[in-house]
Design a protein around this ligand. Structure first.
Ligand SMILES: [Zn+2]
Length: 358
């Protein structure tokens, strides 16, 4: 059933320092290391896990989730505590997770979605290769990797936990790729953009205060005219769009382009300047993505509208915030962002000519 999902996240300014709240589609990072307490006399074996994946899709997050599952459960089900070290491009990994377009030669351990050797002594796992289809959703990818790693740990289809080790017919249904896994999550490579100027009684004023509060570091220069400030913002937005039109450091397809929309209703991307943030924070930026979820997996398959709301943000930081949200609209997450647009960017870097440095 088709559905529409609205995701809303905040980018807030805290005491002159900008913090990006992160995207709601990414869960907390799962640690792949496990502490071995004094009650456990057995040192866990550590397997180095590599990833073999042509193309640009980031498979680390779903693989990491599968490794975390077995770190929690290997001792119980495979009778051996286990830790993993994920080294995507490891030269000599113990286990390689290879993402492949088809699997048609898996012998007895058939799966349309994955294939692994059944190792009866996990301590000798060495040079094992697990194959997993490369077009599954991230959630399904985690499930298949869990199952195949179970084989590597010596478990067969009749073994516990059946939730993982039973052959699963549902995995043969390949969901449509989520927006974050597509090269371009929009229906067209040309996006229309509408910049909505703030209206209302404060429209001509400076934007340095909301509710009487100021953050000195982000205060708009007092001698700058409102018109000048609007000019700065316009230039900043142009820099952000131009950066993506040039491929954003290789993170989006090179054929991306932008055009002006006549109205916000007709625009793919709307940039708004508002007194109050829809995210509830007083300052900073807030973004929302509207899209479709035809396969009902809770992730957007195609984006249809990106709305960026800037609240009480100094002009020199407008481009960075717009670019950060454009990345969100293009499905970037975490380290998929070009370095200059990662949340680790400093206060100064966000107000620099970052678009010319990467
Ligand atoms: Zn199997």
């Amino acid at each position: 059933m088709a559905g529409r999902v609205l995701l809303l996240v905040a980018l807030v300014v805290l005491g002159g320092c900008v913090a990006f709240s992160g995207s709601p589609t990414s869960g907390p990072d799962v640690s792949s290391s496990t502490a071995t307490g004094p009650d456990d006399p057995r040192e866990p074996s550590t397997l180095v896990v590599g990833i073999d994946a042509p193309g640009s899709r980031a498979f680390e997050p779903p693989v990491r989730r599968a490794l975390a599952y077995w770190e929690r459960n290997a001792e119980r089900y495979a009778d051996a505590p286990m830790t993993f070290r994920l080294v995507p491009d490891a030269a000599d990994p113990d286990v390689t997770v290879a993402f492949v377009p088809t699997i048609d030669d898996c012998g007895a351990h058939e799966h349309t979605a994955g294939c692994a050797p059944l190792l009866t002594d996990s301590a000798t796992a060495d040079d094992a290769e697990v194959r997993v289809l490369d077009d599954l959703s991230n959630a399904s990818t985690s499930l298949v990797v869990e199952h195949e790693l179970g084989h590597v740990l010596g478990l067969d289809h009749g073994d516990a936990p059946q939730a993982v080790m039973a052959p699963r017919t549902t995995l043969t249904t390949r969901p449509e790729p989520d927006a974050s896994e597509r090269a371009l999550p929009w229906a067209s490579s040309t996006l229309s953009v509408f910049v909505e100027r703030r209206t209302g009684p404060n429209a001509s004023g400076t934007e340095s205060t909301v509710g009487g509060r100021t953050a000195p570091g982000d205060r708009t220069a007092g001698d700058r005219t409102a018109a000048g400030e609007r000019g700065v913002r316009g230039e900043q937005i142009e820099h952000a769009l131009g950066y993506y039109a040039r491929g954003a450091g290789g993170t989006v397809p090179e054929n991306v382009s932008f055009e002006r929309a006549a109205s916000p209703e007709n625009a793919d991307v709307v940039v708004r300047f508002a007194d109050h943030s829809p995210c509830g924070s007083d300052r900073g930026s807030c973004g929302s993505v509207l899209g479709t979820d035809p396969d009902g997996d809770g992730a957007l398959e195609t984006h249809t509208k990106l709305t960026i709301t800037l609240t009480d943000l100094d002009g020199e930081a407008v481009g960075w915030h717009v670019a950060r949200w454009l990345g969100y609209g293009f499905g970037l997450d975490g380290r998929e962002y070009p370095p200059v647009l990662r949340e680790s960017a400093s206060y100064g870097e966000r107000r620099s000519a970052w678009w010319s440095t990467a």
